[in-house]
Ligand binder design. Structure first.
Ligand code: PMP
Length: 361
């Protein structure tokens, strides 16, 4: 077997241990004579997977008992719409912090539902940094404040979350969930598409305080009702059983390596290796983002010319490193270094970057 280093932004590399565990059990799950993905979601064996996945999420992210953990279909994109539908009631307004492509998509959906106020827009700085607290125009009566904690395309990340007072803070953490501990005193909701730090595509993890959940509208079609998902423990309808099983295996792997503290240690090691390589390249590699907002998950950089970028990407591919092309909307290069990317993968990439610069600098 030869696995390459996959730096894709999502779907993304998953822990080899989780993939192998699933492969070994795929056809005959724990001697049941069938695959887990063929089983009823109301059966005992699937139920054990479902419950353990939620329990592990609670444990690793230290989710308080007063918050709900939901596993929903539709990816993060469905949350862009579900959030305003549930919480942006008539006569109210919601604050959105516009920091890049993904935050803009969330604002766009909210505008189709109700009144939105943009608390800050990074257009003037080409979305190269996150705002400081004093730059935000926050409405103390807003239904909620929405932000994207890590802009997957732009490569910027909130280092700490803004203070929103008593207004619920809602965070799209799709490309960084499980990369840092969260302060649940400050955050009422996080959501994340599964296909980066958790599992294959097909699910969103939603963690929501009871305070926020109690405000959700109920006069909506069933799937859009958070209260029904909470009441049914994410079994209101047929859940994405395969994705949830893979999430469980990823979480077991996280526990086996030492949980959140070890994830943080590896995150910092990998991000520093890449940013140091960029910084020490004498301007050959150039980071388009502000140093204080650099993402630890999606590292973006440019080369001196588009032609060199093309060659860089082609040669990286030949060296078994894939997925390094920047998003089509911005160009350049991007390495997504989620939890499952081994330190050796980033070592191989930074060695290659130095070598490429030596030959082409
Ligand atoms: N938010 C962010 C920050 C993302 O990176 C993405 C996907 N790349 C999404 C939302 C949309 O997620 P999904 O494709 O799961 O709907």
């Amino acid at each position: 077997m030869s696995r390459i280093y996959n730096f894709s932004a999502g779907p993304a590399t998953l822990p080899l241990e989780a993939l192998e565990e699933a492969a070994g059990q795929f056809v005959d799950y724990e001697n049941s004579g069938m695959s887990l993905i063929e089983m009823s979601h109301r059966g005992k064996q699937y139920d054990a997977v479902h419950s353990e996945t939620i329990a592990l999420l609670r444990e690793i992210l230290q989710v308080p008992d007063t918050s709900h953990v939901l596993l929903l279909q539709g990816g993060a994109t469905l949350q862009f719409g579900m959030i305003p539908l549930a919480f942006l009631k008539s006569g109210m307004s919601a604050d959105y912090i516009t920091t890049g492509s993904w935050a803009k998509k969330a604002v766009g959906d909210a505008r189709t539902v109700g009144a939105v106020s943009v608390a800050w827009d990074g257009a003037d700085c080409s979305y190269s940094r996150m705002p400081a607290q004093q730059e935000l125009t926050l409405n103390p009566n807003a239904a909620y404040v929405h932000l994207c904690s890590n802009e997957t395309i732009g490569g910027i990340q909130w280092q700490s979350f803004p203070d929103t007072g008593t207004v619920p803070l809602v965070c799209d953490m799709s490309s960084e969930i499980l990369s840092r501990p969260l302060d649940w005193e400050k955050i009422d909701m996080v959501y994340a598409g599964a296909q980066k730090n958790l599992a294959p595509a097909g699910m969103a993890l939603v963690i929501m305080s009871e305070r926020l959940a109690s405000m959700a509208r109920k006069d909506l079609p069933a799937y859009l009702r958070y209260d029904l998902h909470i009441e049914g423990n994410s079994l209101y309808n047929t859940p994405p059983t395969f994705v949830i099983w893979m999430t469980q295996l990823t979480l077991k792997w996280i526990k086996s390596i030492g949980g959140m503290p070890e994830l943080e240690r590896r995150r910092d090691e990998k991000a520093s290796m890449l940013y140091d390589t960029i910084t020490n390249s004498g301007g050959y590699y150039r980071s388009p983002v502000d140093q204080a907002s650099r993402s630890t998950m999606n590292v973006v950089w440019r080369l001196p010319s588009e032609e060199l970028e093309k060659q860089f990407l082609q040669q990286a591919e030949q060296e078994s490193m894939s997925g390094l092309k920047g998003h089509r909307s911005v160009g350049g290069c991007r390495a997504s270094i989620y939890n499952a990317m081994p330190v050796e993968g980033v070592k191989a990439l930074t060695d290659f970057m130095r070598e490429f610069m030596k030959k082409n600098g």
